[in-house]
Design a protein around this ligand. Sequence first.
Ligand SMILES: [Zn+2]
Ligand SMILES: [Zn+2]
Length: 351
Amino acid sequence: MATTHIHAYGTEAATAPLHQLSIERREPTAHDVVIEILYCGICHSDLHQVKNDFGGTMYPIVPGHEIVGRVTAVGDHVTKFKVGDLAGVGCIVDSCGHCAYCQEGEEQFCQNDVTFSFNSPDKVSGGHTFGGYSESIVTNEEYVLHMPESLDLAGAAPLLCAGITVYSPFKHWKVGPGSKVGIVGIGGLGHVAIRIAKALGAHVAVFTTSASKADDAQRLGADEAIVSTDPAQLAAHAGSLNMILDTVSAKHDINAYLSLLKVDGSAVLVGLPPEPLTVGAFSVVMGRKSLSGSNIGGIRETQEMLDFCAEHNITADIELINMQDINEAYERLEKGDVKYRFVIDMASLKN
Ligand SMILES: [Zn+2]
Ligand SMILES: [Zn+2]
């Protein structure tokens, strides 16, 4: 298969810093779109996979699945994009297309062979996929999103993972006017979740361990901000929430949050704590409560989310960095020292 060499940033080992390297992208096939990457968000899972925290990382790894750019070429049979269009690529770049979940537009649950944007076997080119810390990407048009022209592109990049990760459960659990939603944690996911839940019409209560972030929650649009380390503040909200979106990836007591749900309420995990959670039976039995989880969203719903965010002018709060500063950004991300998402200005790769 014909390929082109391009510049990218990645690493050959879990312990080595990211650095510039050369990767190959396939020449576009009939249904492919070639996108010059303008911005790429830094998701916490980039860092986890670089460090092989989940196991199975294939090196060299080029992370990045919050990709926005402009179409520079299209295959002969592409109908959805033309040269010059804005385009986005999120977590999913291919799937079987025919299983029950793909048919329903929930490719993230494909039962056969979903292909993720990086660190996934590449069934077209062989080898494994390389993500958005690169000059360009070549993706089947069915997995490419239309980026709204009205949104700030750098701020919109994180919507492609963080945005859909929080939007999809809000839709699944029917958050809207009249719902009272709790959002646990204000970070890359939580801060976007506040904006989306408000735009859906919900009453939003935010739970954070940090008093300074509680102030920020209100700036982001939350109706209430609760310091979760204060038992009296938590108790004041007992039995009041229809749904809780738990974005925390560190160890924490889920039972304390389950007590805040109304009867039939659901707590939904989108963060990934490394250790199993301990759930007391009484926490769910009393009040017929559910503890659940959600994983990104399908392509159709991702487009719906982007259009919704355009309508409500929702983007992420970002710190724009140069590609060369990636290792420092990773160190800060590990400490939670970013408000609230790093985005790479991919023009810097040419410096
Ligand atoms: Zn992500
Ligand atoms: Zn499938």
